[in-house]
Design a protein around this ligand. Sequence first.
Ligand code: GLY
Length: 355
Amino acid sequence: MAQQIVRCTHIERELSCFLEQFNPDGIFLLTDENTDKLCFSRIQSVTKLQFAKKIVIAAGDENKNVETISKVWQFLTENGASRKSLLINLGGGMVTDLGGFAAASFKRGIPFINIPTTLLGAVDAAVGGKTGINFNGLKNEIGAFAPAVAVFIDASFFQTLDHANLLSGYAEMLKHGLLGEVREVGEVGGLTDVLGFDFDDVDYKKLNDLLFESVMVKERIVLEDPTEQGIRKALNLGHTFGHAFESLSYQRKRPVLHGYAVAYGLVCELYLSFLHLNFDKKLLLQIARFVKENYGKFAFDCNDYPQLVELMRHDKKNENGQVNFTLMHAVGVVEINQTATVEEIFETLDFFREY
Ligand code: GLY
């Protein structure tokens, strides 16, 4: 089912209009303690929200768990939520993932909308219907595919984000720039535009334009394959190496943000694409330079290679015991379900360290 993606210019107005038309029998608003302080005021004046019942949960991925979701279900029950009620998830990926699953499972499913307040959330978690919670130490172990009725995207929320969190979200936009079809020169949202963005002087209007195009790339892929049986795996580009870097960084107690790990993973998987599928070397080097200039380098050495391969072997995207990669022939031309030898993975890590 297609989600309505609302590109906001005045979020109060767009949200009011939606709520008038949708006309739920009750409105519940889920947010976390940080977002409540920093972002709720942006929508507070919406008339229909005067009657909304607000649920504020503790922030942080460590709280994306069964205890927190149970509190949300409890609140919905005690406050008479019905299948005609609406849950509004206002927050980053943690809130939209958990809130989406709370809505998808309550009374076998009530409608929900997402208002992402981080760039990473807007470009990835809030769109595409993946919802869930962590369980038994495993990320997103319990969940459901359940699209939001609508996602409201407003880049002005991101003005309070620090540089690192802005860049973290932008890595997924770089991925979508690679996956999207080749654009005409001058058309907004192509890879050239994405690589040309100036982080020293952020233009939020331009960011909003790029973001909207980026979200549409994801939405098109998700519509083709909502439950990730095939082409949706294209969205895993950069994530096999990326998750291994991210996990290693946590094990070393020097955590890197998700998007940083994805940016490093993109460089690695484009190198593997060059080895396997003849991906253009010049473009690979251009992207590697962009990542190095903006994201710096991930610190590791050749003694870490076996552990990184081991982490890749435990990736939940794998099938039939093989490490699974999404690779590319060229911009917009993806090959899913690719594998690589340990020697090729080591060669890729050498390239990443040395470029
Ligand atoms: N985060 C990738 C996806 O939604 O499929």
